[in-house]
Design a protein. Structure first.
Length: 196
């Protein structure tokens, strides 16, 4: 029988290349009890626009990035010392919990909430150093906005900044969730956060 010259395989080894390729319509299959192993030093890349199908539903690569950033963010502790306006620049992008430890030398502390991907959560804490020697102008942290909006706990937009106030006897926290790209919402709060 003559070879069918029109046959085009959908899975092939790239000619003069180093890749196995699944062309349009092709699939790499791992059968039952099989496995796909990625070893130390190897890299798995999911390009923008790709979808992962999990239990019959699609998960876009951008959604996975947002999920991972939200769930696996770092815990950051900032010991204030003398903090002047803008000295604390932006909330770190990879942080899920940011704790600022105030003390009686802190002056005009500030931190900036910036652009964010939907789904991220952030717990922002201002805690005292237990000395009890604070005065009102040294226990305040200004929460500013740059490239984002903040919705307060009633759903209204925060017009300017938020203030967090603490002392040796009373700490303060705000739990934020990004309800859309570049829109933070206050989910919970405690201590003495106020709008200004």
């Amino acid at each position: 029988m003559a070879q069918d010259a029109t046959y085009q395989t959908k899975v092939y080894h790239e000619r003069e290349g180093e890749r196995l390729v699944a062309a349009s319509g092709g699939t790499f299959a791992v059968e039952s009890v099989g496995s796909l192993a990625i070893y130390s030093g190897a890299q798995m890349t999911i390009e923008s626009g790709a979808n992962l199908e999990l239990a019959g539903g699609d998960l876009a690569g951008d959604d996975m990035r947002r999920l991972l950033v939200s769930e696996w963010g770092d815990t950051v502790i900032i010991n204030s010392g003398p903090i002047t306006k803008l000295a604390l620049s932006n909330v770190p992008k990879n942080a899920r919990i940011v704790t600022i430890v105030a003390n009686d030398t802190m002056v005009a502390g500030s931190i900036w909430m910036t652009s964010v991907s939907a789904g991220r959560e952030l717990l922002l804490r201002l805690v005292g150093d237990l000395t009890g020697t604070f005065t009102a102008d040294k226990t305040k942290l200004s929460v500013n906005m740059s490239g984002c909006k903040i919705l307060n706990s009633l759903g209204g937009a925060v017009a300017a900044t938020m203030q967090m106030n603490t002392s040796g006897a009373s700490d303060c926290f705000i739990l934020f969730k990004a309800v859309a790209d570049d829109v933070w919402a206050v989910v919970a709060e405690g201590g003495h956060p106020t709008e200004s």
